[in-house]
Every structure is written in C-alpha cells, then in structure tokens.
Design a protein around this ligand. Structure first.
Ligand code: LM2
Ligand code: CA
Length: 442
C-alpha cells in the first residue's frame, strides 16, 4: 500500500533491452548495458507487463520513474555472446535495432583516464562502455524517442544515469524534446546521477542543477555513516552546512544499488534495524527529496535479483512470487517504514528545530509546527518528554503505524498537550507525529 502511506513515486531499474551474460552468472548490472530501446522482454517483463505496472501504480496515485541509461550502450567482456534480452543482435558500436552504427560513438575509444578532465570524462568510455556521441542529432533523437515512448505509457520521471559523462548542453537538447506526461500534465520529473569526482563545475553536481535535480551522494557518505555509527546528534548540522547543492535541487538516500556494493556497511544487509532508523530519519530531516531503498539479499556483489524474468539463471532460480517480502530474498525495506513518508509530505519545507537530545544516539526535533519526530540509535527504549510546536491533539505515530485505504492509522499514537509530548522510542527506532495524521476521537 504505497500510496496511502505517502510514497509519491517508485524508481524502477533500466527497462530497455539489455545484454544477457550467462557466462558471468546473469549479474544485476546487465541492465546498465543497453542493446536497444525496446522495452519488450527485459528484466522488467514484457512491454504489456511494464505498461500494466505503470498504469496500476498511476491508478493508486504512485508515479513511476525510470532509470534512463543514455550515456552508453554495451561494454567489452561477454559482448560476443549476444543477442540482447529481446533478441536483437549487436556488437560493440553496432546496434542495428536502434539503429546506431560506428559513427554514433565518440572518437575516444578507451577508458576515461583523468576523471577531472571534462573532455575525457564526457568523451571517453566509462568502464569500457561504448560512449554515445550525444552531440549528434541522430543520437539525441533516438534517446528522446525512447524516453517519449516511456512517457506515452505514463512514466512520470527519470533518474538519468551517469550524467557527469554527458555534456549538460546535450542533456538540455534531449530534455527539450520530451513530451508532457499524460494524465499529470507538465514535463517529467528529472533527477540526475552526478557523482562528484572533482574537476571543474561542469562535471560536478552544480553543473547540472539548471536541468533538473541532482543526486547528492554526500548524504549517503556523511549522514549515512553518522547514523550507522550512532552519531545522530551530528545529522541536522551536517545537512544544514555540508551538502553539495540547495535543498530543493537535491535527491538524497541512505544507500542505492551502487553504494550497497561499494560501501556495504551502510545497507540493510549490514545494519538491520539501524538501517530502518536511518531511512526514517532521512524522511524526517529537512534536506533534499528523500528516496528510500528497497532491495534483496546478495552473497556476491554481482548477484542478480530474484527474478521470474526472461533468464532463469539467477542464483536462486525462478520463484513464483517475485514481490513476496515474507521470504528470504527480498528485504522490502520500505515496508518497515510504515507510514513514515506521509511525514515528509506533511512537513514540506518547515525548518527543523532541535527539541531533545540524550547523548549522541538520541535526538528529537520539530519540523516547524507541522511535525515532531524522535530517533533512538541505542539498544534500549527511550522515553522522553519534549517540548513541541505541534498543536494539542492526539497524533498517529506514522513511524510505527500504517495508513489504510480508508485513511485510518493503526497506531495508538501520542497526545500533545500544552506544547509537550511524552513518547517512547523503540531501540533503533523512531516515533513520528504530524498534523495530517491525527488519531480518530475516542
Ligand atoms: C551508473 N551510474 O553512473 C550506475 O549507477 C552503475 O550501476 C553502472 O555500473 C554505471 N553507471 C554504468 O551505467 C554498473 C556496474 C558496473 C558494470 C556496468 C555495466 O556497477 O560494474 O560494468 O553497470 O554493466 C560491467 C563490469 C565492468 C565492465 C563493464 C563493461 O563490472 O568490469 O568493464 O561491465 O563490460 C570492463
Ligand atoms: Ca559520454
């Protein structure tokens, strides 16, 4: 029940035709090597299945954002083993199903050597992936056609992959061709992955904020590590002073599909309940647009997702209920957050005001007069009486309760009276109250 519990959108992995690499055990990263822009027969299912998913989510008030791979096509390695997931033949620099040919790729046919030189970063190859000449009209048109095909199905936004490797002017030309999203009106929401590896601003996050939002990986690096280490008392100061761009330009998260593997100590798999706390605090703090991770267990970094898709080669083999969170394979971290995303929506831009603290691991703060939240990174419960700007009333605890389709919350909640509230925060847990989730009278 994503919609009633506050989720506005879901990001899905790349849905275009991709390489299939049985020789490498069907790694998860097949999806990041496009073979064509067909969305039929990929890990996201058939075209009809994908379209049905988008439509059903839209009907439930939840948008779909697609991870758009636009910088490159396939790499070296198992390339010769084709065809792609939808059956298209290809070779590096030749993708007849798009069609792209040799002339649609840049001249620098080697890996990026100097990660601070824009010409290299944008014109050479990222981990040997054939680098599209996004300056050309043909490439821009093909990419825009792909994105518009998705928009036509109701896709409402894009996480644009590897943006640092594409000149801002090329992205501007592609985005300018995008259609309005049917049903919602307006252009798709765009947020861009710009890893900050130094160099001039043109290849750093501020160089792309005029085109859309940007992912601020500093949040994962700094705040993610603070929460992992139980230093909750540093979080608000860090998000006020240490981030890369303005709050309304940033997308933030505790971890994503890359960091889970490159920085595994900050993940549900490593942190357990502390990770639930980390994501709840991310939804409550004031910086950026928060994104929640929901993922699966893996034993090796390349291991692909539990899948009923076109390949049966994943380690666990085919399973009949790919979204079954009760099993051992999917963690479904989002379910542990209950109705916490409604807190983010309810408080909006309201500023954080520190209200209580007990050592480094326990904090409570208001968001203006719209929300109050408390977090406890210790192993025992924390009962605290705190001042709060919330109006008198009895509030649902959205960190521990869910909201049903009828709008009713299933938590007992807490009473605010005379500018004061007493809450008991579970070990490695949270309590969160806001003005849009009051308990029924009684
Ligand atoms: C991203 N953002 O900029 C994605 O978030 C990240 O997950 C992607 O890398 C990357 N950019 C390219 O889209 C993943 C994965 C890589 C993998 C690539 C391509 O992290 O390990 O590279 O996808 O599938 C793999 C091999 C690599 C090889 C490359 C080309 O790991 O060793 O390079 O394929 O064959 C020779
Ligand atoms: Ca490039």
């Amino acid at each position: 029940m994503l919609g009633p519990n506050g989720y506005g959108a879901v990001q899905v992995s790349p849905p275009q035709e991709h390489v299939v690499l049985p020789g490498e055990g069907h790694p998860w990263w097949q999806d990041y090597q496009p073979v064509s822009y067909s969305i039929d027969n990929t890990r996201r299912g058939s075209r009809a299945e994908f379209a049905d998913m988008v439509a059903r989510c839209r009907d439930a008030g939840v948008r779909i954002y697609v991870d758009a791979v636009v910088n490159h096509m396939t790499g070296s390695g198992s390339v010769g083993s084709g065809p792609g997931s939808a059956g298209s033949t290809y070779a590096k620099y030749e993708y007849p199903a798009v069609p792209y040919g040799d002339g649609d790729f840049g001249d620098c046919r080697r890996d990026i050597a100097d990660g601070t030189d824009p010409a290299e970063v944008q014109g050479c190859e990222l981990v040997a992936l054939s680098d599209l000449d996004t300056g050309s009209a043909h490439v821009r048109g093909a990419v825009a056609d792909y994105l518009n095909d998705l928009i036509g199905l109701g896709v409402a936004g894009f996480r644009v992959d590897a943006v640092k490797h594409v000149p801002a002017a090329d992205l501007a030309a592609i985005y300018a061709r995008l259609d309005e999203v049917p049903g919602y009106g307006g252009r798709p929401y765009i947020f861009q992955e710009v890893l900050d590896g130094g160099g001039p601003e043109s290849i750093r996050p501020p160089g792309y904020t005029h085109l859309g939002d940007v992912i601020d990986e500093r949040y994962h690096d700094q705040v993610g590590a603070q929460i992992r280490d139980g230093r909750l008392d540093s979080v608000l100061e860090t998000v006020r002073t240490g981030m890369a761009v303005e709050s309304d330009q940033a997308v933030v998260f505790v971890d994503n599909h890359d960091s889970q593997r490159s920085d595994p100590s900050i993940s549900y798999q490593a942190m357990g309940q502390r990770h639930v706390l980390a994501q709840a605090l991310t939804l409550a703090q004031p910086y950026g647009t928060p994104k929640v991770m929901s993922s699966y267990r893996f034993e090796s970094t390349a291991q692909g997702p539990p899948s009923t898709g076109t390949e049966a080669g994943n380690p666990a083999g085919a399973i009949t209920a790919p979204t079954d969170c009760s099993g051992e394979r999917w963690f479904c971290e989002h379910r542990d957050l209950n109705a916490m995303p409604t807190f983010t929506n309810a408080v909006g831009e309201a500023p954080a005001v520190e209200r209580a603290e007990d050592g480094a691991a326990r904090i409570a703060f208001d968001r203006g007069e719209r929300g109050f939240a408390a977090f406890n990174a210790s192993g025992s419960g924390w009962t605290v009486t705190s001042a709060t700007g919330l109006p008198d009333g009895r509030y649902c605890d959205v960190a521990n309760g869910t909201i049903g389709a009828d709008g009713a919350c299933d938590s007992a909640g807490y009473a605010v009276s005379g500018g004061e509230v007493t809450v008991t925060v579970p070990p490695n847990g949270a309590v969160a109250l806001h003005v849009d989730a009051l308990c029924a009278e009684g």
